[in-house]
Unconditional design. Structure first.
Length: 280
């Protein structure tokens, strides 16, 4: 004997199938109908429950929104009624008097606030003016004290034989070089200052070289090398730089490298050489 639903062989005398649980005497169509009804019953209950829950939520929201709209409408009608009725919506003088009292109280508070603001502004302005006046007085006292100190210092140096330091400082880079002697390249005991003091750190121009002789330009050009300790094959040049306190010749001409020079110094050397070669 076989199960009418799944076809599994049944034991003799068995009332239900051990495989699918169907009744041994139930037909395949009846078994399927029974199973479908059971499944529909299981699926139907949660679905119906969800529908009821959703419906209740929607109903609650509608009631809540309706109550809000009605309250707003009612309040608006009440406000309009109060505004249009001379003695209040209920026609009572007492209600109107209370409203007028509230208006008078609000007006007094606003007036008091305006007075307080004006007083505060006036106080702040007075304090600012007083502070400005005090600062100006302090600055004037400081300036006066500084001027007195400067006058005392200048008077001291003047009475002590020192130079007048209140005068503008001289421009040490605008002096006129003394004349040179081509045979010796010496200045006859002149001090050890540079011929062109800024040739090692400032880019020179044609205007900076105006007024120099050809021999002076030669010295100025080699002065850049001398700053780096280069020695010279020419005895006249070597003797000239030996007289300078800043010169310390330690590098032989053959061992000297142009890499020791900055780009500004290289450009100045070219400019001086060009000017030097253009002169007779």
């Amino acid at each position: 004997m076989f199960c009418p639903k799944c076809g599994k062989e049944l034991k003799p005398g068995a009332r239900f199938c051990s495989g699918c649980g169907a009744s041994a005497g139930q037909s395949l169509s009846e078994s399927r109908n029974t199973e479908a009804l059971a499944q529909a019953s299981v699926n139907k209950s949660p679905k119906n429950k969800n529908i009821w829950t959703t419906g209740l939520l929607v109903l609650f929201l509608l009631l809540f929104l309706g109550a809000g709209v009605f309250a707003a409408y009612k309040q608006g009608m009440l406000d309009n009624l109060i505004a249009s009725t001379p003695w209040g919506y209920d026609g009572s003088r007492e209600r109107e008097e209370r409203r007028e009292a509230r208006d008078r109280k609000r007006q007094k508070e606003e007036e008091a606030k305006g007075v307080t603001t004006a007083a505060f502004t006036e106080t702040t302005t007075a304090a600012a003016e007083e502070e400005t006046t005090a600062a100006a007085a302090t600055e004037a006292e400081t300036t006066s004290a500084a001027m007195a100190a400067m006058e005392t210092t200048a008077s001291y140096y003047s009475s002590s034989g020192y130079p007048d330091y209140s005068a503008p400082a001289p421009n040490y880079y605008s002096y006129t070089p003394p004349p040179t002697t081509a045979s010796s390249y010496t200045y006859g005991g002149y001090d050890s200052s540079y011929l062109i003091p800024n040739s090692s750190y400032s880019r020179l121009t044609e205007a900076d070289l105006a007024g120099y002789t050809k021999e002076q330009l030669k010295i100025a050009r080699n002065e850049i090398y001398a700053r780096h300790g280069r020695r010279f094959d020419t005895e006249a040049l070597q003797n000239y730089f030996n007289t300078k306190s800043w010169y310390s010749g330690t590098i032989a001409p053959s061992a000297f490298s142009e890499d020791l020079l900055s780009q500004v110094e290289k450009d100045n050397i070219k400019l001086i050489k060009k000017k030097e070669d253009s002169m007779p």
